[in-house]
Design a protein around this ligand. Sequence first.
Ligand code: APR
Length: 230
Amino acid sequence: MALTGAGISVESGIPDFRSENGLWSRYEPMEYGHISSFRANPGKVWKMLLEMDALLGAARPNPAHVALAELEERALLKLVITQNVDSLHQKAGSRGVIEFHGHGRTLRCDRCGNRVSRESLRLSGEPPLCGCGNAMRPEFVFFGEQIPREAYAGAVDAARSCDVMLVIGTSAAVAPASHLPVLAKKAGAAIIVIDPRDIEIPSACIDLHIAQSAGTALPAMVGALDELDT
Ligand code: APR
């Protein structure tokens, strides 16, 4: 299985959160990313969300997403657990995907439960309002919220039963996603990290660290498999 984070989509033009030019270098995470901030001032948080929305709308899968779909096609990869909300794994052809932090395809009203597809809306500078008058929010998880129950249970089961976990483009700074490699290691899996930088899981958990970009390392992995086949 693979656990992916924002780094896998950097080569699709979506900056990550914690690198030098990441989203959280320009927006204070608790001020813009916490559910209580959204509820207190949806207009302010929507300014950041609109910026994200424009990037997500323009982004296309890169060779790293495509390589993971290819590994699934060859029955070498069963599942991608992603912290990303950009749907790029599915757009690349991956079918076994758990969206641990939700997704950006729909907006929801926390007051009346109404949902609308993102595509059906033309977003402007103002927060989109539900028919009930409340500000809609994206279907992804803010700080201070629970991971969707099914996603959490599926991810924990997969981590406990996988043989190998590829940990790709995540700083592993945010729990509970950061617990998944540790759970997998304790259950006997090998952990392979693909990230140009060191990440925050204990080094004793890491069997191999490939310090390259995902767009370089993953296609090379598929290429090496091709050579083995010939
Ligand atoms: N290839 C692989 N890794 C990369 C690349 C790349 N091209 N570019 C950057 N990275 C790495 C960075 O070195 C970093 O370790 O991706 C990681 C991105 O880490 P974060 O910015 O912390 O993103 P992520 O781990 O996904 O964040 C987790 O935090 O803010 C919340 O909800 C948000 O889902 C997000 C969660």
